[in-house]
Design a protein around this ligand. Structure first.
Ligand code: GAR
Length: 193
């Protein structure tokens, strides 16, 4: 059966596009994007998704408590009968309510080699720590900050003279390869169950 994926974004949405491309070209087989959802109504990625004919939805936080906001999102995701949720530059920490509602069904991509440099500004953290390599990680989301079980990683060198921008761009290129591969392998495992 075709698996339904929800992608949660807060901004540009380039990882969302990489996933959409991978579904289109068969790298991620037997899958469709049920909805692209953002907490930021002006997220560029929402426009990009709409242009591709993908259903989009903005659910802003509007000063509500984290769980209240998440309850609305979870309700939409249930209505959409999603099998897997991919966080792709979604810059909010999920409440335990959300994590428990989709246990082992939420993935995130993070721009560092976790467990190194969790949280915000991972690329800056890598530079400030004088790391000689960094990369990206796809992991399951649990109730820790970027601490859930690791699914896959790709490494890039940190080069002399690197800035946050140059390192971020090098990592992003690998994110766009890693995320589709990881999603395909997770969906294949769901298929076997
Ligand atoms: C990506 O680099 C992603 O790894 C990072 O935000 C960027 C989103 O770019 N996510 C985090 O830092 C999560 N803590 P995109 O909107 O173009 O996919």
């Amino acid at each position: 059966m075709t698996k339904r994926i929800a992608i949660l974004i807060s901004g540009r949405g380039s990882n969302m596009v990489a996933l959409a491309d991978a579904i289109q070209n068969g790298t991620i087989p037997n899958a469709e994007i049920a909805v692209v959802l953002s907490d930021q109504p002006d997220a560029k990625g929402l426009v990009v998704a709409q242009q591709r004919g993908i259903k989009t939805l903005a659910i802003p936080r509007l000063g509500r408590k984290r769980e209240e906001h998440d309850r609305e999102i979870v309700s939409v995701l249930r209505d959409e009968r999603v099998d897997l949720i991919c966080l792709a530059g979604y810059m909010r920490v999920l409440s335990p309510y959300f994590v428990d509602a989709f246990k082992d069904r939420i993935l995130n991509i993070h721009p560092s080699l976790l467990p190194l440099f969790p949280g915000l500004d991972a690329q800056r953290q890598a530079l400030e720590h004088g790391a000689t390599e960094s990369g990206c990680t796809v992991h399951y989301v649990d109730n820790t900050l970027d601490g859930g079980p690791i699914i896959a990683q790709r490494t890039v060198p940190v080069l002399p003279g690197d800035t946050v921008e140059s390192l971020s761009a090098r990592i992003l290129e690998q994110e766009h390869i890693l995320y589709p591969e990881a999603v395909a392998s997770i969906l294949a495992r769901l298929e076997d169950k």
